[in-house]
Each structure stands twice: as structure tokens, then as C-alpha cells.
Write a protein that binds this ligand. Structure first.
Ligand code: PEP
Length: 250
């Protein structure tokens, strides 16, 4: 079933104490019960975050993983390592992983397959750069990102996928896509998935918007019919802002 989801990507922020404190602060706030709330602390704090969030509806998720089962990949984390500590969802393909760590569509295809095979839910991120938008190539870029990384998956995998459309020009820049631009792209994404797989898969998959979502713009963005929630960076680091975004659905 298509779900409303708000996920906080904490990136390389928050040490152990700050991780526990932010979750404690969220526990003290009202969070809409029909929204799946997720937070993604850094790897080293996942266990503490899971403990702090235990018995709450807040799901702790991972920011990344490697595609191999195990082996000589210094500094990397496998799917089994994530599931062993109780992680059920992993973010893959964030634009910072693509641009700073060289993650290509081909690598992301391998990572996604591995995560799915290991029973994880994948929050798959993608989105065009500013130059693509300016040249009117944004639909084409997004279609290719989806096709290259996800279209070789079996239909059954889609029950484990959440999509997060994040135009790179809107991430951490304070520049947000308008609610209309988000809706237009999300509608295009659903059409693309319907054509490649089926209308029911396209209708069932949750598509989140990410890129400078704040309490002030979340209500309008989340009011659009094809926007099922948000992936939040900066505003997820402030408990009251994050809670306001969780509660921004009409
Ligand atoms: C992100 O990094 O996924 C993101 C959307 O960041 P911000 O909300 O800070 O733009």
C-alpha cells in the first residue's frame, strides 16, 4: 500500500549524544500516526539510535551499504551487517554518494539488487542537476536513472522500494522545487514505472520529494497527489522542524 513517509537523512551529523538527544526530543513531540517516520543516523550510531527509538513508531534506517556480501572493502558496511543490528531500510543513490563517492547507476543497480535480496527496503534517490533542468533535459535524466538502476528488478521487488526524487539543485541550497514542479516530476515517474512494469506497481510505490523541504513549504508540497512525503536533510536535524514536516499532510 502506498504510504505517507517522512524520512530524515542526518548525513555526517550528530555524535552519539546528539543522536540520542534528537530521538529523545522527537519522542516528546506529536507525530502524525498515519505517517511512517524514519531517521537515518550515521552507521556508528545506528545501534544506539535503535535502542533510543525502541517502542516508538520511529524507524531507524541506514544511509548507505555496499553491494558485496563481505570481503576486502575497507570502510564499507554490508546488507547482512545492517539487518543483524535490526535495520530494515537503507537509503541508496543519494546525490552526495553519486557526486562525492562516484556511485554510478551501474553500482546502484548492484546495491539495490543486493539490498532487495537481503530483505531490506530501499529508499532509492535520484534527480537531475541544475544544468539538466535548465536545458529541459530533466525528464530524460530521471527516466535514465530509474531505468539503469531499477528496471532490471523483478516486479516483486517493488514492494520493497520507496522512491525519493531529489533535484540536486534543491538539496541543501535553500532552493526548493515548486510544488507544481514536484508534482509534474512525480507524475512523470509514476507514468514511467507504469509503462515499464504495471499501473498497479506505479500506483503503489511511495514517491518522496527531497530538496530544502522546511515546515514553511512542506504543506504545499505534500498536498500534491503524487507526492507521498519527503526526504529531509537540514530540517531533520531540528526536532521541532522535523515534527512539523511529519505533521504537514492535510
Ligand atoms: C537531502 O540531503 O536528501 C536533502 C533533501 O537535504 P536538504 O533537505 O537539506 O535539502
Amino acid at each position: 500500500m502506498r504510504k505517507k513517509i517522512v524520512a530524515g537523512n542526518w548525513k555526517m551529523n550528530n555524535d552519539l549524544k546528539a543522536t540520542q538527544l534528537l530521538i529523545e526530543n522527537l519522542k516528546g513531540l506529536t507525530l502524525a500516526s498515519d505517517v511512517s517516520v524514519m531517521v537515518a543516523p550515521t552507521f556508528v550510531n545506528l545501534t544506539a539510535a535503535l535502542d533510543t527509538a525502541a517502542t516508538t513508531p520511529i524507524e531507524v534506517i541506514a544511509q548507505n551499504m555496499h553491494f558485496a556480501d563481505s570481503g576486502a572493502y575497507t570502510g564499507e558496511i554490508s546488507a547482512d551487517m545492517l539487518t543483524a543490528v535490526g535495520i530494515k531500510t537503507v537509503i541508496l543513490g543519494h546525490s552526495e554518494r553519486r557526486s562525492y563517492f562516484g556511485e554510478t547507476d551501474a553500482i546502484l543497480e548492484k546495491k539495490t539488487k543486493q539490498a532487495i535480496d537481503k530483505g531490506l527496503q530501499v529508499m532509492f534517490c535520484f534527480g537531475e542537476e541544475l544544468a539538466d533542468r535548465k536545458s529541459g533535459n530533466h525528464f530524460n535524466v530521471v527516466e535514465h536513472q530509474l531505468k539503469n538502476a531499477l528496471f532490471s528488478l523483478p516486479e516483486t521487488a517493488w514492494s520493497q522500494i520507496i522512491l525519493a526524487y531529489e533535484p540536486v539543485w534543491a538539496i541543501g541550497t535553500g532552493e526548493t522545487a515548486s510544488a507544481e514542479q514536484a508534482q509534474e516530476m512525480h507524475h512523470f515517474i509514476r507514468k514511467t514505472i507504469a509503462a515499464a512494469f504495471s499501473e498497479s506497481i506505479a500506483q503503489e510505490v511511495s514517491i518522496l520529494y527531497g530538496g530544502s523541504v522546511k515546515p514553511a513549504n512542506a504543506v504545499e508540497i505534500f498536498s500534491k497527489p503524487d507526492v507521498d512525503g519527503g526526504l529531509i536533510g537540514g530540517a531533520a536535524l531540528v526536532a521541532t522542524d522535523f515534527a512539523a514536516i511529519v505533521n504537514a499532510f492535510n
